[in-house]
Write a protein that binds this ligand. Structure first.
Ligand code: ZN
Length: 219
């Protein structure tokens, strides 16, 4: 069963909570899906039942069309944030990890066309494989974190938090205006370009430069 862990695989001791995700936070990804640049961050939520360990085999849903990778920097919250201001944010962060926002793209496109919510495409069980978390104190600059995803040895996604339309601090301020963030909640900060279908047997390698490397397999 999934629990939040640090990079030594020790339990962090925070409960599992909601995962607040942001869509369209990198210009290159907005372009690749022909979406409009939003005036304010597009937010959606995955429940705690979406969490599973990124290092364990990633199971994709059968019979529902393409299941896409979206590799994102994940922020683990350690103290409550309600209608926060910028100076509240840093002390409320436990640490930084890497999460996959698995997306049933065909289902999402159908829901988008009908103007319906995305939960069936985004929030299903195990739709959020999550890495161990690097403690905030160990990160030199959370607003300048490089990360990448390779599938079968081929680079598919490359991003850096400094390229976000809304940086980590602004994003958490904005989220906390609508949703109180509680200890153990996670914020997924959006995906850069390079989303595409995952196939059974794919070897997945995710990296946060200097801090994390995760290898997994799609089953
Ligand atoms: Zn995403």
């Amino acid at each position: 069963m999934y629990i939040h862990r640090d990079t030594k695989s020790n339990a962090i001791g925070l409960p599992l909570g909601k995962i607040v995700c942001v869509g369209r936070n990198y210009a290159d990804h907005i372009e690749e899906l022909n979406n409009a640049v939003p005036d304010e961050p597009l937010l959606f939520i995955k429940p705690a039942t979406a969490l599973c360990s990124f290092a364990e085999p990633i199971s994709i849903v059968a019979g529902q069309g393409e299941c896409h990778n979206e590799l994102e920097i994940a922020i683990l919250i350690k103290s409550p944030l309600t209608k926060a201001s910028e100076s509240d944010i840093f002390p409320a962060i436990w640490g930084y990890g890497l999460g996959l926002d698995l997306t049933l793209r065909d289902v999402q496109n159908r829901l988008k066309e009908m103007g319906l919510p995305w939960e069936r495409a985004k929030s299903f069980d195990y739709s959020c494989p999550m890495s161990d978390f690097v403690a905030r104190e160990q990160i030199i600059d959370g607003e300048n974190l490089a990360f990448s995803l390779s599938i079968n040895g081929e680079l598919r996604q490359q991003g850096n938090t400094r390229l976000m339309l809304n940086n980590v601090t602004k994003l958490l301020v904005e989220i906390s205006q609508s949703f109180t963030l509680l200890p153990g909640d996670i914020v997924m900060t959006g995906t850069p370009k390079g989303v595409g279908p995952l196939l059974i047997g794919d070897k997945v390698e995710a990296k946060m430069e200097h801090y994390l490397r995760i290898c997994s397999t799609v089953v």
